[in-house]
Ligand binder design. Structure first.
Ligand code: NAG
Ligand code: NAG
Ligand code: NAG
Ligand code: NAG
Ligand code: NAG
Length: 225
């Protein structure tokens, strides 16, 4: 039967050391829930399976001591400021269109990179809206691609908004393709302490991207695009 087959395969896998073939990963998750103009944030980051950062409300905490305290405090404040700006922008849109947007939107960003045992790396940035794939970032070309199945105007507008910031897409590409992978390479070879300063850049940029997107979603669902 297939369960027996599966057990055999797993045994074989264990014997051949398939487990060791698992890629090393750095992953960041960030949820933004907007309801009646109020934004709620939550997120975490994982490095090699261990929790490295936690985002609760507008507070981001460094769980693994990856950055020296002074540098971390500056970064933490920068993230807090982005989240505050985002909340204010959403509140502004909601006031503008109070009658039109009494509903809830749920955005989720997932970004990071994998390093495979053969030295190959892969990076990703996926955004979903209400649990449905919304946009993905194509790292080689630094472009946003639409994934949203229906109501294409919403995703198109968000994509247009995000594309307005070439510095952001360039930084994002650099973070995902280079910084993120460097962190994993350093981790995999354990070359000792090194600056992991750009770690949180991804989180910050994730938020920036969402700011543009929020504008798109609110404008479009308000019926003006
Ligand atoms: C990060 O959050 C996700 C979703 O809630 C959860 O499944 C995962 O276990 C968390 N990661 C860690 C390392 O706590
Ligand atoms: C965030 O940090 C502030 C000040 O440090 C604290 O008062 C607040 O309770 C924290 N909020 C959460 C959700 O952890
Ligand atoms: C997301 O879901 C809420 C209901 O939970 C709905 O009101 C809203 O219109 C949805 N957003 C989009 C863009 O479809
Ligand atoms: C390295 O491994 C990954 C995952 O198994 C695979 O997708 C990729 O094609 C491999 N690359 C090379 C150059 O062998
Ligand atoms: C991504 O990284 C690879 C390997 O380091 C490099 O060869 C490639 O040029 C980079 N691509 C971009 C778009 O930065």
């Amino acid at each position: 039967s297939s369960p027996t087959m599966l057990r055999l395969l797993l045994l074989l896998c264990g014997a051949l050391g398939c487990g060791a073939q698992a890629p090393l990963a750095f992953t960041m998750l960030q949820w933004t829930r907007v309801s009646k103009g109020i934004s709620v944030f939550w997120g975490n980051a994982t490095l090699g399976g261990r929790l490295s950062h936690l985002l609760e409300g507008r507070n981001v905490t460094q769980v693994l001591p990856l950055e020296p305290l002074a540098a971390w405090e500056r970064r933490r404040d920068a993230v807090g400021n982005y989240l505050t700006s985002f909340s204010e922008l959403v509140w502004f849109f909601s006031k503008e269109r109070a009658v039109m947007i009494p509903y809830t939107q749920s955005l989720c960003c997932r970004l990071g990179c994998y390093l495979f045992p053969n030295g190959t790396a892969r990076s990703f940035y996926e955004v979903s809206l209400n649990g449905t794939a919304f946009l993905t970032f194509h790292v080689p070309t630094a472009t946003w691609e639409r994934r949203w199945p229906g109501r294409d105007a919403v995703a198109s507008f968000a994509q247009q908004e995000l594309t307005k910031y070439p510095q952001t897409t360039h930084d994002l590409q650099h973070f995902l393709n280079t910084t993120c992978v460097d962190i994993l390479r350093a981790q995999s070879t354990e070359t000792g302490p090194r600056s992991r300063a750009p770690l949180v850049l991804g989180l910050t940029l994730g938020v920036l991207a969402v700011v543009g997107m929020a504008g798109g979603i609110f404008l479009c669902t308000g019926g003006s695009c």
